[in-house]
Design a protein around this ligand. Structure first.
Ligand SMILES: Nc1ccn([C@@H]2O[C@H](COP(=O)(O)OP(=O)(O)OP(=O)(O)O)[C@@H](O)[C@H]2O)c(=O)n1
Ligand SMILES: C[C@](O)(CO)[C@H](O)COP(=O)(O)O
Length: 391
């Protein structure tokens, strides 16, 4: 249900399995992995795509509400792009249930196992791009590194397989939408272990792109343990974000900037206290975490934030990051403007801002040699860069 927003890609996240081989008390997608369920981790990778996609979560009948709560936690404000439907008895049935609610305008469908909870965002983007570029069905796949034997029921070896010709299939598996719909319609209730098989059985052309080792499927308790270990050292959990804010000087001598009051200096006008440094920090942190921006999170004209201080926005932003599993690592801000003279109070400002963010904040200042609105003394701009880490 993507509302008025036109998206060309949908991702179906199948999460309706019971996880028999894992043997947990809950369906596998709802099992915890270092503070987040497998479903939550899968969704977090998807929403970090740099363009909007429709997301369909397929959940066990008894866990639809739990899945909706996870969607709300991971993508607040994006609920119109994400729907939750009930799955079926097999993975095949669950994918079919997801396909049934894909928006009419969608051209490319990616099908992903929630059980592949550590799959990086880049794999989703690569599969989507490859489908669009080739018009074929595309799966991420890994080479086989072990020797393979064909055996009988007793374990006796019947033959060998040439591993050079074999690949380990991962998800997300991507397809031109119309052809995937047709393949599922033709397959009826026949069961296949993956979507590439359904697609190929109906004459669809399939190709592979390189998969990713961390996109392994969490099937057994050993896999879950491995996922815990991978998370301990995962390198791509750091993200940067940028924020810029500008405010014009007002009339009163009541300036708040970089978390400090500046007696005798002209205030910055705005709905809040106009602290451009604090606002740029919020935008940089929110952007790094993929959580939107200060306007969409706090409302630039919400009466609740009339005259609100920079501390309110920064602490609110840090709480949002916390809720969504992100920790600030550091923030660097530059003030652009003629006044106030900043350097004498740099340390004071850095200490205050760092205490609000809960991580080091450094602040520098510059002028524009008389050029532009800051050079003419009409206002102040602040530019921030933030680094955050996803837990
Ligand atoms: N009826 C089913 C069965 C599986 N899946 C999903 O398909 C993916 C791959 O399946 P698998 O890892 O085999 O999960 P389970 O079927 O839950 O595991 P098991 O076979 O151990 O019970 C998982 O994300 C799972 O939630 C699904 O949506 N509906
Ligand atoms: C879709 C899949 O993850 C690709 O490797 C796999 O086929 C799922 O198989 P399962 O039988 O549901 O474990």
């Amino acid at each position: 249900m993507s509302g008025d927003l036109h998206v060309s890609t949908a991702v179906i996240v199948v999460a309706a399995g019971s996880g028999t081989r894992l043997g947990a008390a809950l369906p596998k997608a709802f099992v915890d992995l270092a503070g987040q369920t497998l479903l939550e981790r899968s969704l977090r990778s998807i929403i970090l795509l740099p363009y909007p996609v429709q997301v369909v979560v397929v959940a066990p009948a008894d866990f639809v509400q739990d899945a909706q709560a996870i969607v709300h936690k991971v993508a607040p404000g994006l609920e119109s792009l994400v729907s939750v439907v009930t799955g079926g008895a097999t993975r095949h049935d669950s994918v079919a249930a997801g396909l049934a609610v894909v928006d009419a305008g969608v051209q490319v469908v990616l099908v992903h196992d929630a059980a592949r909870a550590l799959t990086p965002t880049s794999v989703f983007a690569d599969v989507d791009m490859a489908v669009q570029a080739t018009g074929a069905g595309v799966i991420p796949a890994l080479p086989v590194v072990d020797s393979l034997k064909q055996v009988d029921v007793t374990g006796g070896i019947l033959g060998i397989a040439d591993r050079e010709q074999l690949r380990i299939a991962q998800t997300p598996q991507g397809f031109p939408r119309a052809e995937l719909d047709a393949a599922y319609a033709a397959a009826g209730s026949a069961d296949f272990t993956d979507d590439a098989s359904v697609f190929a059985a109906n004459g669809g052309v399939m190709t592979t792109i390189p998969g990713d080792e961390v996109a392994f499927k969490i099937t057994t308790a050993w896999d879950l343990n491995r996922a815990h270990q991978v998370l301990g050292g995962i390198p791509d959990r750091h993200r940067v974000g940028t924020g810029i804010d500008v405010h014009a000087f007002g009339e009163n001598e009541n300036l708040w900037l970089a978390g400090l009051h500046w007696p005798g200096e002209k205030e910055l006008s705005g709905h809040s206290d106009g602290d451009a440094v604090a606002h740029a920090i919020c935008d940089a942190l929110l952007s790094a975490a993929g959580l939107g921006d200060i306007g969409s999170r706090f409302g630039t004209d919400d009466p609740a934030y009339a005259n609100a201080s920079g501390e309110v926005f920064i602490r609110g932003t840090v709480a949002l990051l916390e809720e969504n599993g992100f920790d600030p690592i550091n923030v660097s801000v530059q003030i652009v403007g003629n006044k106030p003279r900043f350097s004498p109070r740099r340390e004071e400002a850095q200490n205050v801002l760092s205490s609000w963010v809960g991580a080091p904040v450094t602040v520098s200042a510059t002028t524009t040699d008389g050029l532009g609105f800051t050079g003419r003394g009409e206002g102040i701009a602040a530019i921030a860069t933030a680094l955050v880490r996803q837990r």
